[in-house]
Design a protein around this ligand. Structure first.
Ligand SMILES: [Zn+2]
Ligand SMILES: [Zn+2]
Ligand SMILES: [Zn+2]
Length: 75
């Protein structure tokens, strides 16, 4: 059914447009691969590992900067 097809298309949490290619599911939303970015540096993860905290996503560097409890030497 057409209506079900429309409902099944994921909508990007950043640009609010339908996602027709690869979908990233994170933070309870869905995102274009290139629109799911670090909350600090705004670099897309492009499928790389990310860290979620308090409803935001961070790259490893910025997650550690904000929330990490290990210094570079100890980790
Ligand atoms: Zn998008
Ligand atoms: Zn970052
Ligand atoms: Zn240390």
């Amino acid at each position: 059914l057409r209506c079900h097809d429309t409902m099944g298309i994921p909508i990007c949490g950043a640009c609010h447009r339908p996602i027709e290619e690869r979908v990233i599911t994170a933070l309870g939303k869905q995102w274009h691969v290139e629109h799911f970015v670090c909350a600090v540096c705004e670099k897309p993860f492009l499928g790389n590992k990310h860290y979620e905290k308090a409803g935001l996503a961070y790259c490893e560097l910025h997650f550690n900067q904000r929330y990490g409890n290990m210094c570079f030497r100890c980790s």
